[in-house]
Structures are given as structure tokens and as C-alpha cells.
Design a protein around this ligand. Sequence first.
Ligand SMILES: Nc1ncnc2c1ncn2[C@@H]1O[C@H](COP(=O)(O)OP(=O)(O)OP(=O)(O)O)[C@@H](O)[C@H]1O
Ligand SMILES: [Mg+2]
Length: 148
Amino acid sequence: MFVEVVTSLREMEQVGQAIGSGLRAGDLLLLKGDLGAGKTTLTQSIAQVLGFEGITSPTFVISKIYPGDVPLIHVDAYRFIGEPFAIFDDLDLDSRLESSITIVEWGTGFVERLSESYLEIEINFGAGEQSRTLSFTPHGDRWSGFVL
Ligand SMILES: Nc1ncnc2c1ncn2[C@@H]1O[C@H](COP(=O)(O)OP(=O)(O)OP(=O)(O)O)[C@@H](O)[C@H]1O
Ligand SMILES: [Mg+2]
């Protein structure tokens, strides 16, 4: 686990771009942190460097697939916290995983079931309004030794 501190939105965007530039098909990210911590904001920066535009919060549709050579799948499972994990089966994330980049907000519990290999990023509020702490926890071979 390692920690990265940002003090501005701009720095957060740079972290997102650094993460995004290293992503490839099959990658799975689990974004944790309280409401408004910056999970969607980070996703937008990751997506931007991958060439995706118009990433919005999928809170009301749970999952959005942005088409491309390597599609981006953005999931926000907030509305289903506490529900049986079977509720996520219809998303077919497991069959799409290998050919896509998958980013999940509020996915603690079912992301672990999806793959043993994923990068966990927890965002916590800092002292300043735009201050955030990002804690990176790698899971599985793909992410061992991951650095920004
Ligand atoms: N350093 C920063 N990193 C990320 N967001 C920041 C930062 N500073 C300020 N913000 C603002 O905080 C808000 C983060 O909202 P965002 O929707 O990304 O949070 P979230 O974690 O996805 O919330 P939710 O759990 O509701 O989906 C945005 O309005 C963003 O502009
Ligand atoms: Mg969000």
C-alpha cells in the first residue's frame, strides 16, 4: 500500500492521468471513499487520458459502457449497497472484464468476487477543501509493485 496526497483538483487530475496512461484491457479498479470524495472525478481524468469524453456519474443507471477498441465500463453500485451480490450478475461484468477497463465505485464486496486482481484506491478528505489522500492497495499479480 502506498499513499499519495493531493492538495488541488488539478493534482487529482494529474494522478488520474498517470493511472489512466498505464491501463490496459483486463484492468479492474475499485474506487472507495465517502460521498463526494472524488471517485467520479478521478474516473473522469483516467477516462480522458484514455480518449473517452463525457464521463458522468452513473448513479442512476449503475453501469455505463463507453465503446472503444478497449471499452471503458464505469459502475456506481451505491444504490445497491447491502443488496445480495447476485444483483450485479446482470451487468455481465465478468464476461466483459478481460476485454475492457472496468472502474467501480462503491463496489466493495462484489469486485473481490469478480477478480483476484484489482487495484484498490481509497480517497479520503484532507484538511483543505481540495485536499485528498489516495491510498493505493494492489491485489494480485497485475498490480504488485504498482507505482504512479
Ligand atoms: N482534489 C480533488 N479531487 C477530487 N475532487 C475534488 C477535489 N477537490 C475538489 N473536488 C470536488 O469534489 C467533488 C467530488 O465529487 P465526485 O462526484 O467526484 O465524488 P464521488 O466520490 O464520485 O461521490 P459519490 O460517492 O457521490 O459518487 C467534485 O465536485 C470535485 O470538483
Ligand atoms: Mg461518484
